[in-house]
Design a binder for this molecule. Structure first.
Ligand SMILES: *Cc1c(COP(=O)(O)O)cnc(C)c1O
Length: 379
């Protein structure tokens, strides 16, 4: 089936009891047994819940994988990787990860004896074998946040196979509409469903998908043991949102592409970062079906960047992305606020860099808002 059909139906064939078109919300902590030796499919909702199972099957469908799991947040899904590791193991990670993931790795995993080796994933061939000792997981994001650099997923998957590592990608920015890493050989895909999958800036959630039963069993064990699971209602809401996921993404893609192209000729923008406009354009075309909703711009020195934010009328300043409404993020002070100044400057994130999550409004309204705010803030 095609992407839009998959998004609308999500592998759900109706509820057996009353033929309801939508899944019921099983808002229950437990399930009774008629006798001691009754074996129920579900016993206790931390371990499993029918509404959560509907969502877990749905993300597996969208990612073209076998097994899905739902967590209470994106970072809870990343934290579940601990279930694949023990003290002394290491993670090889790309440098420019989501800030919350960096915080989790550096300030939490390391306290449990799991070290992280950071590397520029543009090239993996210069990593000596000696550095890979004890490395169990290779972890990355593409496109990256906020500069939308592209890493070669197939190459990273092949590298992982060669060195017997579990390859893990955070596919939140691209979404399963634009990129399906399992088909390119990646072992495990992680999502923050707080972004495009829920799509309405109203839920916090995380998801994992894999074709590897052993990996899935270990992460499922983390759900049960650690308990970072979403409520049945949140599972139902994300599932409901996923039905419009494909149509939303098609519009996100076309709005963002249109705006990125038009912004190229706007004075006072020093640089536009968008996968298809970057120098790694060919790689983006090879592994992505669309280029997503996120555009990052760097304003010229003669634009007062604080005034620019004040002069935006439609686009609101906020941390997150992936909702129906257009949002803008000041990378320097917000998403990357906890990173030291020198490090930010070195990686190209100065005070004039803004990440825009292009929403579903009329494309001309979004574009005009940016254009007007720039011209009112320039000297
Ligand atoms: C938001 C986000 C996360 C974290 O997800 P939460 O749901 O906020 O915990 C992880 N990775 C990426 C790329 C994100 O954008």
């Amino acid at each position: 089936m095609g992407k839009f059909t998959d998004s609308v139906h999500l592998g759900f064939e109706g509820d057996k009891q009353f033929n309801s078109v939508n899944p019921p919300i099983y808002q229950t902590s437990t399930f009774f047994k008629n006798d001691f030796d009754d074996i129920n499919k579900h016993d206790y909702s931390r371990v499993s819940n029918p509404t959560r199972e509907v969502l877990e099957n749905a993300i597996a469908k969208l990612e073209k994988g076998e097994y899905g799991l739902a967590f209470s947040s994106g970072v809870a899904a990343v934290q579940s990787l601990m279930g694949l590791l023990k003290s002394g193991d290491k993670i090889l990670a790309s440098q420019d990860l989501y800030g919350g993931t960096l915080r989790l790795f550096n300030n939490f995993f390391r306290n449990y004896g799991i070290d992280i080796i950071y590397h520029d994933f543009i090239s993996l061939s210069d990593i000596p074998d000696s550095l890979l000792k004890e490395v169990k997981i290779i972890y990355f994001e593409t496109p990256t946040n906020p500069l939308l650099k592209i890493y070669d997923i197939s190459k990273i998957a092949a590298f992982a196979k060669r060195h017997n590592l579990i390859s893990v990608i955070d596919n939140t920015f691209a979404t399963p509409f634009n990129q399906n890493p399992l088909e390119l050989g990646i072992d495990l895909v992680i999502h923050s469903s707080s972004k495009f999958l829920s799509g309405h800036s109203d839920i916090i959630g995380g998801l994992t998908v894999t074709n590897n039963l052993e990996i899935n069993d270990k992460l499922k064990y983390v759900q049960k043991v650690v308990g970072g699971i979403p409520s049945p209602f949140d599972c139902w809401l994300i599932f409901r949102s996923m039905k419009t996921f494909a149509v939303r993404m098609e519009r996100h893609n076309s709005n963002a592409l249109h705006i990125a192209e038009k912004l190229k000729s706007v004075n006072n923008i020093k640089h536009i970062f968008y996968p298809i406009l970057n120098k790694d354009k060919e790689l983006a075309e090879k592994q992505m079906n669309g280029f997503g909703a996120v555009i990052t711009i760097e304003l010229n020195e003669n634009v007062d960047y604080k005034k620019f934010i004040k002069n935006l009328k439609l686009i609101k300043l906020a941390e997150s992305l992936g909702g129906v409404e257009s949002l803008i993020n000041h990378s320097y002070s917000m998403s990357h606020g906890s990173i030291p100044h020198e490090e930010k400057i070195r990686s190209g994130i100065n005070e004039r860099v803004f990440r825009i999550s292009v929403g579903l409004e009329d494309v001309d309204d979004i574009y005009e808002d940016i254009l007007t705010a720039i011209s009112l803030s320039s000297s």
